[in-house]
Design a protein. Sequence first.
Length: 269
Amino acid sequence: MAARKLQQEIDKTFKKVAEGVAEFDGIYEKIEQSNNPAQKEKLEDNLKREIKKLQRLRDQIKTWAASNDIKDKAPLLEHRRLIETQMERFKAVEKAMKTKAYSKEGLSAAAKLDPKEQAKAEAGEFLSNMVDELEQQIEALEAESEQLQVTMKKGKSQAAKANRIAAIEHTIERHKWHQGKLELIRRSLENGGIEPEQVTELEESIRYYVTDGMNDDFIEDEGLYDELALEEEEDTYGMNQDNDRVSSQDTQSTFGPIKVSIADVSNST
């Protein structure tokens, strides 16, 4: 009886996902076709509301996918990926919105903006973008891990999958540690604790981790943030992460660098 009720809830959620995606698609197409700035802005607000609804459904699906009460999790993962595809589309629209705003209204404002404030804004945007990119990688890794767990069976042949799942977990922890540092730097930057020039000096190294951190030839810089002396900021914001730090070198020496690849999942099944 409980299982039937749960399945009914899942089916109802899947129906909402289908309806939400259809609504999202309709608004998205109107945005693509519209040349009216006022109408486009209103449509973009509607698109944001729809993606928030889908994200709430995604959170529920993730909860079910983590439950042992459901054996066949493939439909859950399929609907989660469907929602995440729409999330990627929304991010592209949102980025275009910001670019457009900057190129028109923002351009004249930037000319009047104090150079230091402009540098501060650019540094903050860079940090936010890096956090977002890491979040996308984390979501892809979580999806791969869940798919591997769905196909797990008892026996020695599953050792490769188990090792892969463990390696993914370590990489996610490492990404989250870097996210915490980047958020801390962004807050400190906003409050004047860190200068924009300090962020600029680290941009290349931060981008290297975000873009190449899962490559075979990646070399980790364990002291990447040391020069910023973030200890005081960590105490201020309650984000003292030194005790929770995951050593990337330890992770790599145990499991090797992690790559997100659909082929890895397919080959393991």
